[in-house]
Design a protein around this ligand. Sequence first.
Ligand code: FES
Length: 214
Amino acid sequence: MPFDGAGSWAPVALSSDLPPGTVIPAWTSAGSIALWRSQSGRATASSDRCPHRGMRLSHGFVRGEALSCIYHGWSYSPSGGCIRIPAHPDLVPPETIRVAVQQVEESGGILWVAVEQPAKQPPQLDALVPLRSLTVEADVRAIEDAAGAEVDANGLIRPPEFPWIGLLLAPQERHTLVHLLIEPDRSPAERLTASRFAESLRRRAEERQRESAE
Ligand code: FES
């Protein structure tokens, strides 16, 4: 699976879930990240821990091209360097104050974050467009069982009942994030069908997960 382990890409969110000027929490197997988009549209994945006193940067805010911590307002650039300390407005912050950043690629409406150093670009899923994301309280195995199909080399499940649907899986610490993708020319009724299918799949996968834990 391309999303699970070192040297891979994690499909952390849909592009539409990260408008300019916002920050959201996200997660890869390398740890928690603050995923943010500057006002000009650049997406950045920063470590979710402020170097000052450890506040989660995903609780912070975006101003212009910087992410600021909610606690004391230290601001960080997309390359990770601290660019402003409000309590010392005349100080140029030392280069040693920085947050780790991970490579981000955006394609086909999906935000991919590099886990370590992937050798290749993220999978191109050109034949599909994102519809929505769901949080499923189940692991990949339970979702595969519920869907009746396994994850392919691109990290997708193609349900046999609806081969025009793709389920792009992103395992999280305690659950699985499922991005629902469909072929772009599908009708509004089919989009509704896809959404209902995904919700039904979530119920079935969570049931399987509970059964396997008993
Ligand atoms: S903890 Fe982030 S600025 Fe103080």
